[in-house]
Write a protein that binds this ligand. Sequence first.
Ligand SMILES: NC(=O)c1ccc[n+]([C@@H]2O[C@H](COP(=O)([O-])OP(=O)(O)OC[C@H]3O[C@@H](n4cnc5c(N)ncnc54)[C@H](OP(=O)(O)O)[C@@H]3O)[C@@H](O)[C@H]2O)c1
Length: 356
Amino acid sequence: MKYRVIQWATGGMGKNCLRALIDHPAMELVGVYVYGRDKAGKDAGEIARRPLTGVVATREVGEILALDADVVIHAARLAPPYGAHDADLIRLLQSGKNVISINGYSHPQHWGGQRFAALEAACLRGGTTLLGAGLNPGFAAEQLAIVASGVCTAIDHVEIVESVDCTPVRNPDYVFKVLGFGAEPEAVDLNDPQWGPAAALNGMYAEVLAAMADRLGMRLERIETAHRGFPASQDLQIAAGFIARGRLGHFNWRWHGIVDGERRLTMSIHWYMERAHLDAPDPSLWRIHVRGQPVVRMSVDLEKRAGDLSPTSAEQIAVAGSVINAIPIVCAAPPGVLTRPLATPFRQELARLPQA
Ligand SMILES: NC(=O)c1ccc[n+]([C@@H]2O[C@H](COP(=O)([O-])OP(=O)(O)OC[C@H]3O[C@@H](n4cnc5c(N)ncnc54)[C@H](OP(=O)(O)O)[C@@H]3O)[C@@H](O)[C@H]2O)c1
């Protein structure tokens, strides 16, 4: 049996998921949704740099809804405010397709109320399941950090520090509009939840902390932000364009989860265009620090297989891996919103055939 899969959006991440789906012996690509006019009408193989598939990309949501598919891989660009993609997801879920999104959805139960009720109702109506996947959100906090806690007899604080060099990110809309690079430091308040990048990211990482608290049996009282931005120390040429000296060239997004009145959970993300303000000379992608009894420290990096000279990054491959490995789980789950499970392991019987 093959899983019938639709790919929704084909940017840096989506295109790589599409490629992984086309290559995978257990997956059958049945549809592709794109936003760009230039991509509509193209064969999925052309978009993914693969042989023709016979599956043509469309900008018509109705055509996607009419398809018979097991699961949709949602890789649209994050848009403020967080939850802006809910309406699309609800239509997909109602139409009988499970959804895996890389834009959060780690623990939508956190919001309760209307938002969660609408997602849950769509799942129940369609007999479907919604699941978040990806690296962060998805893997570093909800899975790795929680597994690390398993040897502790007491926990005071769990912190995840992510450090990502964003200079290779190509899409200017994503880099400047969604992430906020290049803004004038005096003109923006990173801790104002209304500011675009904060409006998109705060909700997404609130769910990450909520998923962690849920897994650790902690009652999350609230989330505090302590975001910092650093001005570029020199003019910066980056793949997405240019950042003038003095404009924001490094963000340290920080969310603290308050439990019993104290900061017990922290997500700290350094997305940077220069190394001048890093807190370590060559930080790992993730440093996970469980302060408890005992203290647990983990450093995690992703690297491509030796000899892989493709332009695809290890992170893009890993996002696709996290999505592929989640497909059997989401398809087997009972209808409803699924909190990110503790593990979504690789399964040999689903493994892709070796590349020629
Ligand atoms: N969970 C994780 O670990 C993780 C890691 C990285 C990224 N992400 C998420 O994945 C998203 C996509 O990342 P990316 O690197 O693929 O970004 P990207 O290269 O900028 O591509 C985003 C894609 O979104 C589509 N798009 C265009 N206009 C849009 C609109 N108005 N609304 C929504 N989508 C639109 C486009 O699809 P078409 O090209 O098909 O027209 C575009 O290529 C990010 O926004 C981020 O939130 C998650």
